[in-house]
Design a protein around this ligand. Structure first.
Ligand code: PGA
Length: 256
């Protein structure tokens, strides 16, 4: 059985300590009472340290929203794997909002380097993949997403591949209020994401890796995604930035 995992991606919000601490103070106890789900908050870098201190004895984990693959060096503005690992257990890698702008280097090859660096530092990478609207309409989802999965996992051992988490996030569904249909997301996650992992590392690893859906997930639609057999949780942006996230998590768990 794969343990569901729900990740809050705060993006560039709540980056001042008083805002972040204020929200976590209101959600941590109610979230702590929801059993059977792994919870990860990914706030901006500026508040990771203060939240790490606050959540030290909590079951809620922290993640970063990106990182560089190098451990040190002349990379102005970048954050290294060891800096992230000092505060977090997770790191989101290859989010489409970063792939789109090329922020730091977010090519498939760079994402692969980051995945390797994350694993080497004991971090769990949450690897984002997903097609844009044009590719979706052209029927290219399977080929495109399959290639992203393949590139992200290049050079990994079976054991390392088994420690990754994937988030399938169709780009056209992110922040648009237009989520994918649960059946279509389930199909892409099963056939393409898990199918590619099975090709590379075998059925056992493919059956163990957790794959989330992301893109306009809300408290109102989370149950429909969680009811799908291939979907192991959600990467939640907009609906994670507020106390409504507690209800979203409750409904997610109730739907399993
Ligand atoms: P959204 O963002 O829930 O606001 O669509 C999801 C994401 O980008 O991870």
């Amino acid at each position: 059985m794969r343990r569901p995992i729900i990740v809050a991606n705060w993006k560039m919000h709540l980056g001042r300590a008083e805002e972040a601490v204020g929200l976590v103070r209101r959600i941590r106890h109610p979230l702590g009472r929801v059993p059977g789900v792994e919870l990860v908050l990914c706030p901006p870098f500026t508040v990771l340290a203060v939240l790490a201190e606050m959540l030290r004895r909590s079951a809620i984990a922290l993640g970063a929203q990106t990182m560089h693959w190098e451990d040190r060096g002349p990379h102005t503005g970048e954050v290294s794997p060891s800096m992230v690992a000092a505060l977090c257990r997770y790191v989101i890698l290859g989010h489409s909002e970063r792939r789109a702008t090329g922020g730091s280097d977010e090519s498939d090859a760079a994402v692969n380097r980051k995945v390797q660096a994350a694993l080497a530092h004991g971090l769990t990478p949450i690897i984002c993949v997903g097609e844009n609207a044009a590719r979706n309409e052209a029927g290219e989802t399977e080929g495109f997403v399959g290639a992203q999965v393949r590139a992200a996992l290049a050079g990994l051992t079976v054991d390392q591949a088994g420690r990754c988490v994937f988030a399938y996030e169709p780009i056209w569904a992110i922040g648009t209020g237009r989520s994918a249909s649960p059946a279509a997301a389930n199909r892409t996650i099963g056939l393409t994401v898990r199918g590619t992992i099975a090709d590379l590392f075998g059925e056992t690893v493919a059956g163990a890796v957790r794959v989330q859906y992301g893109g306009s997930v809300t408290a109102d639609n989370i149950a429909d995604f969680m009811a799908m057999p291939e979907i192991d949780g959600a990467l939640v942006g907009g609906a994670s930035i507020g106390t409504g996230f507690v209800e979203l998590v409750r409904r997610a768990v109730a739907a399993r």
